[in-house]
Design a protein around this ligand. Sequence first.
Ligand SMILES: *Cc1c(COP(=O)(O)O)cnc(C)c1O
Length: 335
Amino acid sequence: MATITLNRSNYYHNLNQFVLKTGSKDKIAIVLKDNAYGHGILEMAKLSSEFGLKRAVVRKVNEAKLIDTLFEDIIILGGEVEPNPKYSYAINSLEQLKTLPKDAKIELKIDTGMHRNGIAMDEIDAALSIIKQKEINLNGIMSHYASADELGSEYFFQLQNFRTAKAKTLEAGFENVRFHIDNSAGAIRCSAFEFDLVRLGIGAYGYNHMDDSFDDFTLKPVLNLYAKRVATRALEKGQRVGYGGEFIAPKDMLVSTYDVGYGDGWRRGNALNPFITADSGAILGRVSMDFISLEGDKKEVCVMEGAMSAARHFQTITYEITCALHADIPRKIVD
Ligand SMILES: *Cc1c(COP(=O)(O)O)cnc(C)c1O
C-alpha cells in the first residue's frame, strides 16, 4: 500500500511561524477542509489540537462532527446549517440570513472584491438590520482575499473595504464580533497583523505561494508520498514497459512496479514528459490506475517529498496535488 507521512516537526515549525506573525495561537483557525488539503483530517486535527490550536475551519458540517471534540470553535464555510454552540456558519447572502434556523451562530461573509461569495458592500446595512431584527447570533464578520499572494493593488482595495465593513458593524452597535479576512498569503504579507484571526490553510501544510518579490518566509512541507514495491523484472535493452509501451529500455536494466497510480489520486501526466520521483528517478512509461514503474528494486520509494515539485511538473498548485490524494491511503505521523 502507498503511504503518506505527515511530519510533525515541520508542521509545528509552520504553525510557529504564523504564531510569530499573528502574536497568538488563539488567532489561528486551522483550515481542515477537504480532508485537510488531502493530508488527512483526523491526523491533522489531532496534531493541531496537541499544538494548542482551538479553532478550525471546514467546508461542511459532517467534517465538523469528525473533529469537534478537539476544538472550541469551528467555522463551517458552506452546506447545511445545523446549530451547535461550537459551530459558526459562513453566511453568503441576504436570503440565507432570512432563512436561518433559530440558534444558528454565524460569520457574515462580505464580498470585498473577490466576487465569488458573500454579500455586497452596499448590502451590509441591510444585513445588519436583519441580524438585529431576527436576533441572530453574529459571531464574526469575514471576507476572503482573491490575490494576497501577488503584488498589486487588489489586496489593498479589499483590505480597505474590509476596514469599512468593520467600522459599519461597530457603528451599528455590535459587540463581541470578531473580524477576519486573512488566509495564509494575507498573514505572510502583512507587517503588523491587524485582525482577530487568520484562516490558515496552505501555509500550515508547508507551502509558500507568494511572489518572489515578498520577503522570505520559510515553511516546510508536511506531507511525503511513498509507494511499495510489488514486483521486479530484468529488462533487456529495447523491451517496453506499461500501457502503450511508451518507455523503451535504453539498456539492460532492473525495473520494479510500485503500488501508487491515478486511482490513488496521483497524476497520470504524460509519459513523454515523466515526473522525476524524489529518490528513484523518472517514472517509466505510463502511470496505471494502481501502479507506476521505476528503475531499480528498492523496497519502498519516495514518490514526492512535499508537493511543490509535482505542482511545478504538472503545472498546477500544491493545493490540487495534495487534495487529490485519496483518503484511504494510510497516513503515518513521523518526526
Ligand atoms: C480555503 C480557505 C482559506 C485558506 O486559504 P489558504 O490560501 O489555503 O491559506 C481561508 N479562507 C477561506 C474562506 C477558504 O475557503
